[in-house]
Design a protein around this ligand. Structure first.
Ligand SMILES: NC(=O)c1ccc[n+]([C@@H]2O[C@H](COP(=O)([O-])OP(=O)(O)OC[C@H]3O[C@@H](n4cnc5c(N)ncnc54)[C@H](OP(=O)(O)O)[C@@H]3O)[C@@H](O)[C@H]2O)c1
Length: 215
């Protein structure tokens, strides 16, 4: 059966998964770009974006694990892009160019549905307007027994967390303070929802923590 996994989702020391005021120049919100420094340095992420080199070791091992056995993704509309409200046209196709790094069906939660977009490299963006359970069902069908990666952003992970639907969550804690933005855990009692820590590995660039649902 497919598991719903969060991987390499990065929060600041003060708990923010994105800075404020996202726009085209600041996909992770103002100041939020610093969250991903650990990930962008890894061999896995550099290859994903067509570059050589990159770090190997613990950070890269966690980054690579996140792509193992993934058959579909779920994203929130703000992770897909900075446009809010009704789509003005069909021009926006994500931040990632013609060949996004998903290579599977991707289900984008939104209140503003639009037709699916087939991209190069096997990614098709499907827009889901009937909620998190519907997105999960469609992703599970598409994944065909492989796992589903819940990419983010914050509001989307919070909904699946509150519903107790996330099986495993790898968070990287970046050694930065953001001060404001989108807070991952505010008002959520994760232990009460049944989550416990199963791994905890610090590196100079991030502290990796994995949470899973108690059996
Ligand atoms: N730190 C990390 O590792 C990481 C990873 C991924 C993303 N991010 C960042 O996180 C930020 C985005 O997070 P976010 O919390 O602002 O937003 P988000 O979770 O990406 O998207 C929220 C939006 O998705 C739509 N949506 C979500 N749930 C829905 C539902 N149940 N039904 C219908 N529509 C639904 C709504 O958009 P509409 O009503 O407009 O349709 C909602 O405003 C970005 O800055 C992104 O770069 C960070």
């Amino acid at each position: 059966m497919s598991r719903l996994r969060v991987s390499s989702f990065t929060i600041s020391l003060d708990g923010y998964g994105a800075g404020p005021d996202q726009d085209r120049d600041n996909p992770l919100g103002v100041g939020g770009g610093a969250l991903h420094e650990w990930a962008l340095a890894t061999r896995t992420f550099r290859r994903m974006f067509g570059s050589d080199g990159g770090t190997t070791g613990i950070d890269d091992d966690f980054a690579a694990r996140g792509f193992d056995d993934i058959g579909a993704w779920i994203l929130g509309r703000n992770m897909f892009g900075p446009i809010r409200g009704p789509w003005p046209d069909d021009e926006w196709k994500g931040w990632w160019g013609d060949t996004p790094p998903y290579h599977t069906p991707v289900f984008v939660l939104t209140n503003h549905p639009r037709a699916p977009i087939a991209m190069d490299g096997g990614t098709t963006f499907h827009f889901v307007a009937d909620g998190i359970d519907a997105a999960l069902r469609r992703a599970a069908d598409a994944a065909n027994g492989r796992d589903i990666r819940l990419g983010g952003g914050v509001a989307t992970i919070r909904q699946y967390l509150r519903a107790g639907l996330i099986d495993e969550m790898h968070l990287a804690i970046a050694p930065i303070l953001l001060g404001s933005g989108e807070h991952l855990f505010a008002g959520i009692d994760a232990p009460k929802l049944g989550y416990e820590r199963t791994e905890h590995v610090p590196t100079p660039n991030a502290t990796h923590v994995v949470f899973a649902k108690r059996k």
